[in-house]
Ligand binder design. Structure first.
Ligand code: ATP
Ligand code: FE
Length: 355
């Protein structure tokens, strides 16, 4: 029976319906516009916007799929990590639906959903078999994760300061571009010459695969300082954007190269998160995977950024994995939304403690 999934962990309100085999029957996403004047996500505004949008969005998603609520066989929602207000709204509505329909409820870890997206049927030619290396690069996350199986994740390294998307957004702001900044920086970088604007590459060549972007961000601010008060010439803005993007691509490629060395058993390199939409970064990662004799896969943009399809798919994978072990699945009504939910804790589902 189909599964209905809800995503509300940040600033995207999303609902999707998937068949039990993962076929997407309906997929809706509303990106909240209310944060634009603030240049970033305001948690209280996000929670209220989810509350205002979600009931009608669920209705519309059912209509898109040509279904009634009673056709739904299970309900899932992102239950963490993320902004607690939005999580409470989405998980609350999903649990209410599950209770009213008397159907299983699956609490989904949002990062796990990003991690498993590549396994959606038809997405990666030949399928994404375990184990693979996941680079998650978004507005809130920047980490390398060894994906060894459903519920089996090892964080190999992550950012010690800003996330990559956060760096793009902050640099965009300094350059006077809008929010979110990633796409604007990428567009401007296309016409820029990076050569006159050399920037540092923090942690490059260091052991491990941690990331750091705050020094890079500060260096961009220093390049811009001489222009304070004057209009920034377009060529300078474009050159700095191009140099910044090159630096990010160099840093990420270097860190991922180390991660691949830490995970010699990887059969595939997967990138997810909004920054994975960046063309320069994708090109670097494709070349890097190639050099390691591995395929590279990045879900299409719509599935890279926050969406509910990935939540539904992660729930399907969870249900399947539980059943394969003879464990009950979809009994998560007691699982409360949580702002932090380390991936390593997902193994607990498959090793339930009795007594
Ligand atoms: P979360 O980490 O919870 O998923 P999020 O909602 O901010 O947080 P996404 O929606 O996955 O994350 O990604 C948004 C981020 O991706 C923003 O920081 C945005 O600037 C960045 N981004 C989007 N497109 C591009 C691009 N073409 N180049 C670089 N960065 C981009
Ligand atoms: Fe996300």
């Amino acid at each position: 029976a189909p599964i209905l999934a809800i995503e509300s962990s940040c600033d995207d309100t999303a609902c999707a319906i998937l068949d039990a085999d993962g076929t997407v029957l309906a997929d809706t996403v509303l990106s909240q516009a209310g944060h634009v004047p603030f240049g970033g996500v305001v948690p209280e505004i996000a929670a209220r916007a989810h509350l205002a949008a979600l009931p009608a969005l669920v209705r519309r998603t059912l209509d898109d799929a040509g279904m009634r609520a009673t056709d739904i066989g299970a309900v899932a929602a992102s239950t963490g990590p993320g902004l607690i207000g939005g999580l409470i709204v989405g998980a609350g509505l999903a649990k209410g639906l599950a209770v009213a329909l008397d159907r299983p409820f699956v609490a989904v870890n949002h990062i796990e959903a990003h991690a498993l997206t590549a396994r959606l049927p038809g997405l990666v030619p030949g399928g994404a078999a375990f184990p693979y290396l996941l680079l998650l690069v978004s507005g809130g996350h920047c980490q390398c994760i060894a994906v060894e199986g459903v519920g089996r994740y090892r964080r190999l390294g992550g950012t010690i300061d800003d996330a990559a998307g956060e760096a793009f957004d902050k640099v965009a702001k300094m350059l006077g571009l809008g929010w979110p900044g990633g796409p604007a920086v990428e567009a401007l970088a296309r016409e820029g010459d990076p050569a006159p604007w050399p920037l540092p590459r923090p942690l490059l060549g260091r052991p491990g695969c941690d990331f750091s972007f705050s020094g890079l961000k500060t260096a961009v601010a220093q390049k811009l300082a001489p222009f304070a008060g004057d209009a920034l010439p377009r060529a300078a803005a474009a050159g700095i954007a191009a140099s910044f993007q090159d630096a990010v691509a160099d840093i990420v490629a270097d860190r991922v190269a180390h991660a691949l060395e830490m995970m010699p058993q990887a059969t595939l390199l997967v990138a997810a998160g909004g920054v994975a939409a960046n063309g320069a970064l994708r090109a670097r990662l494709t070349a890097l995977a190639d050099a390691h004799g591995l395929p590279f896969a990045a879900p299409p943009l719509r599935l890279c950024t926050d969406n509910a399809v990935m939540v539904g798919w992660a729930a399907i994978e969870t249900i399947r994995a539980c059943r394969a072990l003879g464990l009950p699945a979809g009994q998560d009504l007691d699982l409360l939304p949580r702002p932090r939910w380390p991936l390593e804790q997902m193994a607990e589902r498959f090793a339930p403690l009795h007594g």
